[in-house]
Design a protein around this ligand. Structure first.
Ligand SMILES: *Cc1c(COP(=O)(O)O)cnc(C)c1O
Length: 422
């Protein structure tokens, strides 16, 4: 469910016409809906009503400060994977005790900063990291609260580039070695064992891998308690999928996901932690682009738009599918034509859709690339010296530019000419 819909023949974001927005902001741009963000957060939170839980929104999905602040005001904590993200979460007013820190390559400087801030927990991904964290914490007179991220070797049946819980993936500690590592961790200075963590992948649309993984987590939590560790929380990670193809791929409802979680946590008397990213942000954002040209190749039709792979890399990187809606509803009545939607970047891999049956878009038409709120703007670059595109947030009948388009002066101003070239 999202709040992008046609009104009087024009696609709106909540109460705002995307036509009007495009005239004011210029294309391309990302547009986020507050009502949709709120709804997704609340549906997820509602699924765990009554349980002792902490939802730590995964900042990397969409890290705009306005998005973080919107979610923070609803009560969300944050899952961060870098000092930069931690600084964003803090800048958005998130209390440190609601922040967890994930990632296989935390530097000692990042650890020291997070300890100084007093975050809730580190998700530790290796023995080497554990040793480093112990040293940094002890040297600074801190106690690092941790969970060890366990790799259960389970296939989440998602795209290979977003699977994180198989034995060959770089993430976490092998399940079979986890118990031994907890024993070692318990003896390390500056380390306080608090929980167990798992995150098996993203865009997971089948509950079975979750159920299998969570059963292993449950067993491990039991064993760790037998070994004398105090396990206060289980962190189930993120990963719940979203419907990129409308009604054709319906992910599990958070309520069904919650049943799977509750079964795994039954009688353990633990706090439940979650790190949803995509599920909160994906449907709450769209990318609005304008058609520059249409052209006929030898045996294909191309629709050239002003957004490109540097603005939204998901189709290129993950073979992702995004629905494309005309902003002008009338276009939907015309018979579809098969086309590649491509951007101006000089790469064959620069496309937003391949061989797609779409309404006949013409020069100047606006196109909304749907479900682009997660892993969209955050992965954008300035490749081909294209300035980052603006991000706009809508709330009801109002909107604000929450990241302006940088000027070319600002973009070029990032470079420096060395003395010998002056
Ligand atoms: C990326 C990530 C998430 C969020 O995953 P989604 O599929 O967006 O919900 C959660 N936890 C960790 C450790 C991650 O790296």
């Amino acid at each position: 469910m999202h709040h992008f819909a046609y009104r009087h023949g024009v696609l709106h974001a909540e109460g705002i016409s995307l036509n009007d927005m495009a005239s004011q902001v210029g294309t391309p741009f990302y547009c986020y809906s507050t009502a949709t963000l709120t709804r997704h957060y609340e549906v997820f939170a509602q699924a765990f009503a009554g349980a002792d839980s902490l939802i730590c929104y995964s900042v990397k999905a969409n890290s705009n400060l306005a998005v973080l602040k919107t979610l923070g005001q609803l009560g969300s904590g944050m899952d961060v994977v870098s000092e930069g993200e931690l600084r964003r979460a803090r800048a958005a007013g998130i209390a440190p005790e609601r922040i967890v820190f994930s990632g296989v390559g935390k530097t000692r400087e990042e650890m020291a900063f997070a300890l100084e801030e007093g975050i809730h927990a580190f998700n530790v991904e290796s023995e080497a990291e554990l040793t480093a964290l112990s040293e940094v914490a002890a040297a600074g007179g801190h106690e690092a609260r941790i969970a060890i991220r366990v790799n259960p070797d389970i296939d989440p049946k998602t795209h290979k580039k977003i699977s994180t819980g198989k034995a060959e993936d770089k993430f976490g500690v092998p399940y079979a070695r986890a118990r031994e590592l907890y024993t070692r961790a318990a003896a390390m200075p500056g380390i306080q064992l608090r929980g167990v963590h798992m995150h098996i992948g993203s865009q997971i649309t089948d509950l079975t891998p979750f159920g299998d993984a969570f059963a292993l987590l449950r067993d491990l939590a039991g064993q760790l308690r037998e070994d004398g560790h105090s396990i206060e929380f289980i962190n189930f990670g993120g990963g719940l999928g979203v419907p990129y193809r409308g009604d054709n791929d319906v992910p599990p409802h958070p309520d069904d996901y919650a049943r799977t979680v509750r079964a795994a946590a039954k009688d353990l008397n633990v706090r439940l932690l979650f790190e949803p990213g995509r599920m909160i942000a994906a449907n709450a954002g769209i990318l609005v682009t304008r058609v520059l040209y249409t052209k006929k190749g030898a045996n294909k039709t191309f629709t050239v738009v002003d957004a490109a792979m540097n603005d939204l890399i998901r189709p290129t990187l993950y073979e992702a599918w995004h629905e494309m809606w005309p902003v002008r509803e009338e276009l939907r009545k015309e018979s579809p034509q098969t086309t590649d939607v491509v951007g101006p970047v000089c790469e064959t891999g620069d496309y937003l859709a391949l061989d797609r049956a779409l309404p006949p878009f013409h020069e100047g038409d606006l196109m909304a690339v749907m479900t682009a709120g997660a892993y969209g703007a955050v992965q954008s670059s300035t490749y081909n010296t294209r300035p980052l595109i603006p991000e706009v947030m809508v709330s009801g009948d109002g909107f604000a530019i929450v990241r302006p388009r940088p000027s070319f002066e600002e973009l070029l101003g990032l470079d420096r000419i060395p003395e010998w070239l002056k």
